[in-house]
Design a protein around this ligand. Structure first.
Ligand code: GAR
Length: 202
């Protein structure tokens, strides 16, 4: 099977990026990470990419007059590297039309809550403060909304009485590292079919 080229966008420490790199290296994912892009020059994700011999690119929003131009630059870098699927991995910006139009139906995101509950920032803390008994994570296709696109995979974790937002986040992160590479694998193998809001696994 031909390997797909992944482009990963990450703003921070990049543990999901690492899970994807490791899954590719272990042959669990018929893909390669072709480029990693960050809006944050200090993101550890960029360092992880360099260590793995993957091109690491910082695109600074401040260098552009607006979001459209910034996203056009990112889309250009992704195309230059022949990217087939864009994976948001802790990318802390709302994606706009500049990227959506360049990669229609080909952008995925991992979110640390059971969507549609607790979209947006600090989802683990939102869930913990709310007092839910279960939370988890969601891999979904990206649309113009905030964490609103069709859901591909979810994983559930319990919330215990002695949890803090941090211990809950750690439990969720373990599942993120499991289901994100799995969702990407399904995409690479052509097993995902989107009909309206629903994603069917063939
Ligand atoms: C992950 O928990 C990811 O789900 C979350 O940021 C963290 C990034 O960690 N993403 C969002 O909250 C997006 N709204 P990582 O940099 O170690 O992969």
């Amino acid at each position: 099977m031909n390997k797909l080229n992944l482009g990963v966008l990450a703003s921070g420490r990049g543990s999901n990026l690492q899970a994807i790199i490791d899954a590719c290296a272990a042959g669990r994912l018929p893909a390669r990470v072709a480029v990693v892009i960050s809006d944050n020059g200090n993101a550890f994700a960029l360092e992880r990419a360099r260590r793995a011999g993957i091109p690491a690119v910082h695109v600074d929003m401040g260098d552009f007059p607006g979001k459209a131009e910034y996203e056009r630059q990112i889309a250009g870098v992704l195309k230059e590297h022949g990217v087939d699927l864009v994976c948001l991995a802790g990318y802390m910006r709302l994606v706009g039309n500049g990227l959506l139009d360049a990669f229609p139906g080909r952008i995925m995101n991992i979110h640390p809550a059971l969507l549609p509950a607790f979209p947006g920032l600090h989802a683990q803390e939102q869930a913990w403060c709310y007092g839910v008994k279960f939370s988890g994570c969601t891999v979904h296709f990206v649309d113009e909304g905030m964490d609103t696109g069709p859901i591909i995979l979810q994983a559930v974790v319990p919330v215990y009485d002695d949890d803090t937002a941090d211990t809950l986040a750690e439990r969720i992160l373990e599942q993120e590292h499991r289901i994100y590479p799995e969702a990407i694998r399904l995409f690479c193998e052509g097993k995902l079919e989107v009909r309206g809001r629903k994603v069917y696994i063939k």
